[in-house]
Design a protein around this ligand. Structure first.
Ligand code: P6P
Length: 334
């Protein structure tokens, strides 16, 4: 019988091998992974669980909250309050940081998450996911919002769960990227894609092309070349995918290469794109770089950006290194 490595076994072996995975961080990852199992279970019930449709409220982003957005947020908050390894949490669904209730001990880590990303796809049964990022709190029991405002290079772990045909957890603790598939019979995350790598070149790009008239010239130049294919400067054909669920689109990029783009555009200079830096772009950038890819905002390495606000947005170009470098160069040349 083939020996299958579970997430628990992988994390214990990582701790032993690298001496860089503290027990508290290992516990935190296990708790988040267990919460993602519960979220995946609720997602998979769909209409049978009465969890589809709108919650009748808006989140801090002004977006209509789906019932599953609220349920997923509660699952992550409740799962992570008691462990004693967190100083505080931050969520896309909460305007302010979420302190650890006084009845529980505090720890040194900060957990940030988008509890259910891609929620516009929930009601149409298209893959969605949970994204999380882990930082250390520099301020211990005096943790404030300011404690969270650290560059992505300060992340000690990041990952996502994708609720699709398979439920998968993709994780980095700074020593490469590993993919785990949920064995529903055993309830275990099983290592199925060890050391995931993003090919440096690709023939596949992901962007919401309906925004083309709003793009800045470097993006228009880059996408036009891809669309010209073999008849144009690139001399080869490209294919396009857009699932409108960052977790699903990025999972494809980490699995077979590609470039994922959500650029800033001319509509609102104060809003550099749609995606959030701290709990979408940074964790995905950490995973992408750990898998040999690149991630910029068109000009800067995403993980070098020092946040000014918890929910600030950032333009995202991530994936196959040679394509990210090309579109970034086009921004420099503009
Ligand atoms: P659009 C989902 O709402 C999300 O935040 C990401 O998961 C996804 O990549 C993007 O927005 C899709 O945006 O404008 O194509 O609907």
């Amino acid at each position: 019988m083939q020996r299958r490595t579970t997430l628990t076994q992988y994390l214990i072996e990582q701790q032993r091998k690298t001496q860089k995975l503290p027990a508290d961080l290992r516990l935190l990852i296990e708790v988040v992974a267990r919460a993602c199992k519960v979220i995946g279970y609720n997602v998979s019930k769909g209409a049978l669980g009465g969890v589809l449709g709108s919650a009748g409220s808006e989140n801090v982003q002004g977006e209509v909250q789906k019932k599953l957005d609220v349920i997923s947020n509660e699952i992550l908050l409740e799962a992570n309050e008691w462990g004693g390894n967190l100083a505080a949490m931050a969520s896309e669904e909460l305007e302010e940081i979420h302190p650890i209730p006084s009845e529980y001990p505090q720890g040194e880590y900060l957990l940030l998450f988008d509890p259910l990303d891609g929620s516009s796809n929930i009601d149409v049964n298209v893959s969605i996911g949970t994204i999380f990022s882990v930082l250390r709190s520099p301020d211990g029991v005096n943790t404030t919002t300011q404690s969270f405002l650290q560059a992505g290079t300060r992340q000690v772990a990041a990952g996502y769960a994708v609720y699709g045909p398979q439920t998968m957890l993709v994780l980095t603790t700074g020593d490469g990227v590993n993919g785990f598939t949920l064995d529903r019979e055993l309830g275990s995350w099983v290592l199925t894609q060890p050391q995931m790598r993003v090919p440096e070149d690709t023939h596949e790009y992901a962007i919401n092309a309906s925004n083309a008239r709003h793009w800045h010239p470097p993006v228009t130049r880059y996408v036009n070349e891809l669309q010209a294919g073999a008849d144009g400067a690139r001399g080869e054909d490209f294919n396009m995918r857009w699932i409108a669920s960052m977790v699903a689109d990025v999972h494809r990029v980490l699995t077979r290469g590609g470039i994922f783009m959500y650029p800033a555009d001319k509509r609102d200079p104060s809003k550099p794109g749609k995606l959030r830096l701290m709990y979408e772009a940074n964790p995905m950038a950490f995973l992408t770089e750990q898998a040999g890819g690149a991630a910029t905002d068109g000009k800067r390495r995403i993980m070098d950006i020092v946040p000014e606000r918890l929910h600030e947005r950032v333009a995202v170009f991530l994936g196959s290194k040679n394509e990210v470098e090309r579109v970034t160069r086009y921004h420099d040349e503009a």
